[in-house]
Design a protein around this ligand. Structure first.
Ligand code: PBG
Length: 325
């Protein structure tokens, strides 16, 4: 390696065309998954206050939104459901006529090519808002697995293309994999929320999904933010149990984790650019303090540069529109 004045790094930054040639990371529509929220009812679209531009859609409106995703060339959506009523075991989560099961059938019917990923968790469906079954004030791991299995099978049965468990119970990937296989769904991939942190960045999502815990917090099952060796162990275990895609979540404060996972394992890595990351950019942009398009594209490109193969982001539709401008 030679140094100045032989090597002048600015030579390859002189104009946009040369920058295009040497650009190392390219964000593309191929990388994007758009999350959507679905509620019971008809002809309803309720904007989420802390997530401008994102809505709770009734199924008819969700189908229209799904068609738009397909027209924009976005490969897939991940769905979150708000049930009619909640109970202690989250029974609508596995109801054949639950909100997600109906939504999946409606989208697959209208837009068969759009990949429908379903989030498997109980927090939206339980009256206590935790991601599992509670006994003596504690989230019980193995009792929760049984419900997650029923939920996963019901999603597969409704036509889900990919199952994405986000609950952070131990052993759920292997347990769900086995159950899917025994029901004849051996070709449905699992996208595991493998390194999911107990993050304050989920705040706006909990408004959107009406899923805030009614007591305590999620720190006994979601990961402690200071840890990254532990993320490697989680990912390793999920791959061993049959995960096809592993996820790091949130994304922006965990770029190092994304990078470690991608460097260590040769498996597709997803990163979730979560609600709080979206809300911060939206809020600052609405105040005129930052340029939304440039900041969002810079953030998403950094997530890709860190090693993510795909990004779940509420900016997905905007990205495509910005790219086509
Ligand atoms: C369900 C789930 C959450 C998110 C995705 N799946 C919330 C949580 O764990 O509290 C967060 C997504 C976001 O913030 O955008 N467990």
């Amino acid at each position: 390696m030679s140094f100045f004045p032989i090597y002048r790094p600015r030579r390859i930054r002189a104009n946009e065309n040369i920058r295009r040639l040497v650009r190392e990371t390219q964000l593309s529509v191929d990388d994007l998954i758009y999350p959507m929220f679905v509620i019971h009812g008809q002809d309803t679209a309720i904007e989420i206050t802390s997530m401008p531009g994102c809505f709770q859609f009734s199924i008819d409106r969700l189908v229209i939104a799904a068609k738009e995703l397909s027209e924009l060339g976005i490969p897939g959506t991940i769905l979150f459901g708000i049930p009619e009523s909640k109970d202690s075991i989250g029974s609508e989560a596995y109801d054949v006529n639950g909100i997600i099961q109906q939504a999946v059938r409606a989208i697959k019917d209208a837009v068969p090519d759009l990949l429908v990923i379903t989030d498997v968790c109980l927090c939206e469906y339980t009256d206590h808002g935790h991601c599992g079954i509670i006994e003596s004030g504690e989230v019980k791991n193995d009792a929760t697995l049984e419900v997650l299995v029923k939920e996963s099978i019901s999603h597969a049965h409704a036509g889900a293309d990919i199952i994405a468990p986000s609950d952070m119970m131990d052993g759920r990937v292997g347990t769900i994999r086995k159950a899917l296989d025994s029901e004849g769904y051996e070709n449905i991939p699992i996208m595991a929320y493998s390194a999911k942190y107990a993050s304050a960045f989920y705040g706006p999502f909990r408004e959107a999904a009406e899923s805030a815990p009614q007591f305590g917090d999620r720190r006994s099952y979601q990961m402690d933010p200071p840890n990254s060796d532990e993320a490697i162990r989680e990912v390793h275990q999920d791959i061993h149990e049959g995960a096809d895609i592993v996820m790091v979540k949130p994304a922006l404060s965990y770029l190092d984790v994304i990078n470690r996972v991608k460097t260590q394992f040769q498996i597709p890595v997803a990163a979730y650019n979560v609600s709080g990351e979206y809300a911060m950019i939206k809020a600052a942009a609405q105040n005129g303090w930052i340029d939304e398009k440039r900041v969002a594209l810079e953030v998403l490109t950094s997530i890709k540069r860190a090693g993510a193969d795909m990004i779940l982001t509420y900016f997905a539709k905007s990205v495509v529109k910005w790219m086509n401008q």
